[in-house]
Design a protein around this ligand. Structure first.
Ligand SMILES: [Zn+2]
Length: 261
């Protein structure tokens, strides 16, 4: 047995079983406790895309193994940035690892980036009737080029958080996902009551699953998007009323609407 594997197995416990995949003789694994914004599978995918931006396309083509149930966010992220995953029971999971001969690499999820220019952006006031224009101007001011952006405002229109997609360097780093990761890193476990999430594009299946998980328990939460995405990624999401994923998520009632920009 290679020396790395027993070390790896010693770190496992039933509450923090990780996900792994094997690519060209290297075991890429992630050990993380599931939470409202993270699962072992999402940690693994996000970490690989962050750590190996050029090789990530071929690495994430391999089958991901996990003992943790595949939640909506895992399935969504697999659609966006990976290929396939399967659930293994603990016995098979350990058997697979103990018979493995090769190198191993621990993948850690990326650390959330701080909001850019927080003095200017976070806390600034977005007048209710001009929020879409405000969002667009913030987007151009901060990124200088067109990217998907997401902004969270409170009940009176103050900007609580803002983020942009970083898909040029990490395929899984969509704006909404980044925003939720940042909020979680700041101590939030759900969207604040009566807050509104503004997105420049209708969310894809991955982001929709993340938003749905993070809005659990939030009162009066609203989603407004500035442009419709006609692609299948957003049409079959848990936030698209009538879609298969919406039905399998229990037909959630969500206040989501396109804003006439
Ligand atoms: Zn997305």
């Amino acid at each position: 047995m290679p020396p790395l594997i027993p070390v790896l197995l010693n770190r496992f416990d039933p509450h923090s079983i990780s996900a792994f995949l094997v690519h060209k003789g290297i075991l890429y694994y992630s050990i993380s406790k599931p939470g409202p914004t993270e699962s072992p599978v999402t940690s693994l995918i996000r970490g690989i895309c962050e750590e190996f931006p050029l090789k990530s396309l071929s690495i994430t083509r391999e089958r991901i193994h996990t003992t943790h149930p595949l939640q909506g966010i895992c399935k969504g992220m697999i659609k966006v940035a990976a290929k396939r995953a399967c659930e293994l029971d603990l016995h098979d999971f350990i058997k697979f690892l103990t018979s493995f001969e090769g190198g191993a690499f621990e993948v850690r999820p990326p650390i959330p980036l701080p909001f850019r220019n927080p003095d200017v952006l976070v806390g600034s006031m977005a007048p209710r009737d001009s929020i879409p224009r405000h969002l667009t101007s913030l987007l151009y001011m901060a990124s200088g080029r067109t990217r998907v952006s997401a902004m969270l405002t409170d009940a009176v229109g103050r900007v609580l958080a803002i983020s942009w997609s970083r898909t040029h360097s990490n395929r899984a780093a969509h704006a909404e996902l980044e925003l939720v990761q940042n909020l979680y890193a700041d101590g939030f476990t759900r969207f604040p009551d009566h807050s509104t999430l503004w997105i420049s594009l209708r969310p894809c299946a991955m982001c929709a699953a993340q938003i749905l998980a993070f809005m659990d328990g939030s009162e009066g939460f609203k989603i407004r998007f500035l442009a419709d995405d006609p692609g299948p990624a957003s049409k079959n999401s848990c936030l698209f009323e009538g879609s298969a994923l919406w039905r399998s998520s229990g037909c959630p009632k969500v206040d989501i609407a396109l804003v006439d920009n």
